[in-house]
Design a protein around this ligand. Structure first.
Ligand code: DGL
Length: 253
C-alpha cells in the first residue's frame, strides 16, 4: 500500500475527462491535477516548447512526491513520453488515440481520428497507423479550435457546431463507423459530435485504457492507496482558485 498522491497532467481542462475515468476505478486515492493554463493550447506550439512544459510539470509532481504520473494529454505524450521515461524512474502513463480498439470495431467502414495538429503530425501516431496496417482505413483530422472552445467552457454552441461541420467537411462522414477522440479535451464535445456524425458511428477515446493501465501498475507494484478521495487542483504550479475548482468538479461529477 502507498498513500502518496497520483499526479495527473494536461495543458488545461481536457485531462479531467481522464481523471473522471481514473476516479471511477481508483476511488481511494489522492490526486493532484495540474492544468498548465499558462501555456494552453499545446497542440499548435512547437515540439520543443511542449517538451519544456511537460518537463516542468513532471518536476512539479516530483516535488510533491507523487507515486505515479498520468500524462492525460495526447499531444504531450506524443512528443515527450519517450524522453521523460528515460529520465525518471517513477511510473509514467501516457495517452494515445485508441486506434487499436477502433480498428477492431470498424467492420467494413473507416476510422476517423480527431486530434491536435501536433498529434496528427507526430511520428508516434503515424507509426501506430502503420504498425496496425491501417493506412487505408484510417483518416486523420485536426481540430485545434475545440481546445480553445473547451477552455472557455463552450461545448455545444452554434459556433462549436459550425466549426466541427466546416472542418469535417473535407470527408464524407458516412464512410466512418468509428470516431476516435485523440485529444483529451474532445470528449467534452461528445454530445455535439454525436449529433453531427451519423448515429451508427461509435465515438471512443483512450481514457479507460489509461485508467486500467494505471490500476494495473499500482496493483503490480503494491502501490494502491486506501485514502478518502481527494483532488487538489493546480494551475501551472499554483493552487487553483475556488471558482476554477468548482468548474473542474462540475466536469468530473
Ligand atoms: N488535451 C490535449 C491533448 O490531449 C492538448 C490540447 C492542447 O493543449 O492543444 O492533446
Amino acid at each position: 500500500m502507498n498513500n502518496k498522491p497520483i499526479g495527473i497532467f494536461d495543458s488545461g481542462i481536457g485531462g479531467l475527462t481522464v481523471l473522471k475515468k481514473v476516479i471511477e476505478i481508483l476511488p481511494e486515492e489522492k490526486y493532484i491535477y495540474y492544468a498548465d493554463i499558462d501555456n494552453v493550447p499545446y497542440g499548435i506550439k512547437s515540439k520543443e516548447e511542449v517538451k519544456k512544459y511537460v518537463k516542468k510539470a513532471i518536476e512539479f509532481f516530483i516535488s510533491k512526491q507523487v507515486k505515479a504520473i498520468v500524462i492525460a494529454c495526447n499531444t504531450a505524450t506524443s512528443v515527450a513520453i519517450n524522453d521523460i521515461r528515460k529520465e525518471y524512474t517513477i511510473p509514467i502513463i501516457g495517452i494515445e488515440p485508441a486506434l487499436k480498439p477502433a480498428i477492431e470495431k470498424r467492420e467494413n467502414k473507416k476510422v476517423l481520428v480527431m486530434a491536435t495538429p501536433i498529434t496528427i503530425k507526430e511520428k508516434k501516431l503515424q507509426n501506430l497507423v502503420k504498425k496496425l496496417n491501417a493506412t487505408e482505413v484510417v483518416d486523420l483530422i485536426d481540430m485545434p479550435k475545440l481546445v480553445e472552445f473547451a477552455e472557455n467552457m463552450e461545448f455545444d454552441s452554434e459556433r462549436v457546431k459550425k466549426y466541427i461541420l466546416e472542418r469535417s467537411n473535407i470527408y464524407d462522414l458516412n464512410n466512418y463507423s468509428v470516431l476516435v477522440l485523440g485529444c483529451t479535451h474532445f470528449p467534452l464535445f461528445k454530445k455535439v459530435l454525436s449529433q453531427i456524425f451519423p448515429s451508427e458511428v461509435q465515438i471512443i477515446d483512450g481514457s479507460s485504457g489509461v485508467a486500467n493501465r494505471l490500476k494495473d501498475i499500482l496493483e503490480k507494484t503494491n502501490m494502491l492507496g486506501n485514502n478518502k478521495l481527494e483532488i487538489t487542483y493546480y494551475h501551472s504550479g499554483i493552487l487553483a482558485d475556488q471558482e476554477s475548482i468548482k468548474k473542474y468538479n462540475r466536469i468530473i461529477n
